[in-house]
Design a protein around this ligand. Sequence first.
Ligand code: C2E
Ligand code: MG
Ligand code: MG
Ligand code: MG
Length: 278
Amino acid sequence: QAKRHGRGLVWLAQLPGSGSPERRAALTQDLQGALERGEIGVHYQEQFGPDGEPCGVEALARWTSPRWGSVTPTEFIPLCEDDDLIVPLGTWVLREAVTQLAHWRAAGLPYARVAVNVSPVQFLRPDFERVVRAALDDSGLPPACLELELGEAFVASHQSVITQRLHALRGLGVRVVLDDFGTGGSGLAALMQVPLDGLKIDRQFLREDTSAPLREGRGVTASIAMAHALGLDVVLEGVETSAHLALARRAGCGRTQGFLQGRPRPAEEIGAHPGVSR
Ligand code: C2E
Ligand code: MG
Ligand code: MG
Ligand code: MG
């Protein structure tokens, strides 16, 4: 990957290959201080209700490194988690997200909530509840406007500690949803025992499902029905085609999110440039 800006050309050409231990080490090194240098940002992806009306956003961290260019969160978040950098980064994203939503709501935009991804490392810290409360207090946002997303694998493996903590968090009035549902790990028992408000069906589930013509839509439809039977809200993630959207609507899915309706983008571009097909 050679980019042309002065001697940057040589520099980029010598960077270690993707996934290599050298690259991981170098990225981890460069992540130190990235937040302070202003290299971390937040993009927002809209979520839509059953009639196609925008109803919320998910905050997604972005890292633009002067050396590496833009690095995907799938790569840099795990590195931050290994290094505890995730704690200041996660707090920063959370505070940024609630502040942004408060602005949008004050400006009359129709978003009921902002969803923020929470890393297990962050969630398990004893001061997490305090961090959440302080972010909400400073933003002036009602707690119900904040939706925390916890990964399915984490919820499945730490059920009892999560359950205790969730009672406290939900006591604040914050919503909590299970992210990446369908990627493995959480059985029905976990879904019934952990006090959640909803689940997000992972886009991989949708992709696998609709690529097998004979089973088309069944997994997604069944997941949505199950969630509803358990009193959980559902977001279908990764809605890329009108067939996906039609499937969501047929199954009575409450919210949809995906490239069809809007890509993640900087705050300035939200609201101003509506999604393609509402
Ligand atoms: P996630 O929370 O499941 O977020 C959804 C991901 O799917 C986002 O990728 C989003 O850009 C992508 N996406 C949305 N709609 C579509 C679609 O229609 N098609 C396809 N192919 N992709 C779609 P992104 O932004 O690269 O984030 C990847 C993951 O990184 C997130 O998955 C989340 O687990 C993690 N992440 C991102 N920001 C944060 C953060 O602030 N904190 C933590 N702890 N994790 C984060
Ligand atoms: Mg998420
Ligand atoms: Mg997700
Ligand atoms: Mg996911």
